[in-house]
Design a binder for this molecule. Sequence first.
Ligand code: ASP
Ligand code: MG
Length: 419
Amino acid sequence: MPLLVMKFGGTSVADLARIKNAAKKVQREVERGYDVIVIVSAMSGETNRLVGYVEGTSKLYDAREYDAVVASGENVTAGLMALRLQEMGIPARSWQGWQVPIQTTAQHGSARFVDIPRANIDAKFAEGFKVAVVAGFQGLSPEGRITTLGRGGSDTTAVAFAAAFGAERCDIYTDVDGVYTTDPRVSSKARKLDKIAFEEMLELASLGAKVLQTRSVELAMRYKVRLRVLSSFEDTDETSGTLVCDEEEIMESKVVSGVAFSREEAKITLFTIEDRPGVASAIFGPLADAGVNVDMIVQNISEKDYDDAHPGAVTDMTFSCPINQVDRAKKAMEDAKAAGKIKYDELIIDTDVAKVSVVGIGMRSHTGVAARMFEALSKENVNIKVISTSEIKISVLIDRKYMELAVQALHDVFELDKA
Ligand code: ASP
Ligand code: MG
């Protein structure tokens, strides 16, 4: 029997009417002859509420109990979805992570998949069940405790199941009708893409386009799971939404496919650090240990290069990280300084920044993208604070108040409104 994975995000299962609407989409695929694995998120707002309960109880909470609490939102929707399908005459059974059992690592709050054994679910399909409804976002640690995968983790659950069960496709139903060239709320000229390559989607996802959890795209790319992002609120068919696929499935792509942005950035500068071997490691080691996700890094050149003649050379180091990790980063640096592991005169935090990036696999074979990007920003008088690049992306850190302007200017200059 061909198999599909269908994932419904929080807004798509936000209340009983929406669960019913989602169930109808499942019914249609069952009628087409598919066995279906449905992955559900918690009702929208529910996970935040549960996280609030945990934080309201314990400031430095035990991560195992955090997982025990926040995983419960998905259990509710899995059971309700199975019930709704049964009401429609479809043999369906719900599964919590431990019942599958979805095996993960023991990193509570950000666990990773180890294995998804098929036997239990396959046995149910063999009995005549048509749908397995699986609670997203959760799994089971080697110690037998409930784990969660990190916020937005149900996308990753869906892709992992599609890979494990050899699904024909993994359909991600959400509250938008696909992946856009940029956020339509920021540029009215944003255009929905029919197809996008895994690598581009990976960059867009990690750069702040919130349609898919980054890890789900990584996993899809690794296992070549064809992913489709589509709306659960519209009538959809085989051609709806955006297909995230191998670049070989895309005939010709533009140099730039999308403009991504993130408001949740902060810039931290350490002034007058020593310029000698080992300093970067002494800074970024403690940051990594503190769980800070450092993104862009700039080290200035010192006036005098480090060598035997200038052992006292100094420089400045700037890096960016998510805004909600600033306190952790600051503490890690102050502790390292107090322990004598690093020296700096001053630590300055700038939380009024945003990151804007252009992404496209076409950049591999075209030059001049950076020049066009910087020219467009200079025409708008936007000052660039930090730049970073990869093979298929260029990112700049700018003042947050110019973010919308920058996104619109870049969308225009790369003509993303035209197919
Ligand atoms: N319910 C979880 C969250 O809100 C997981 C998900 O929806 O993907 O992060
Ligand atoms: Mg989501």
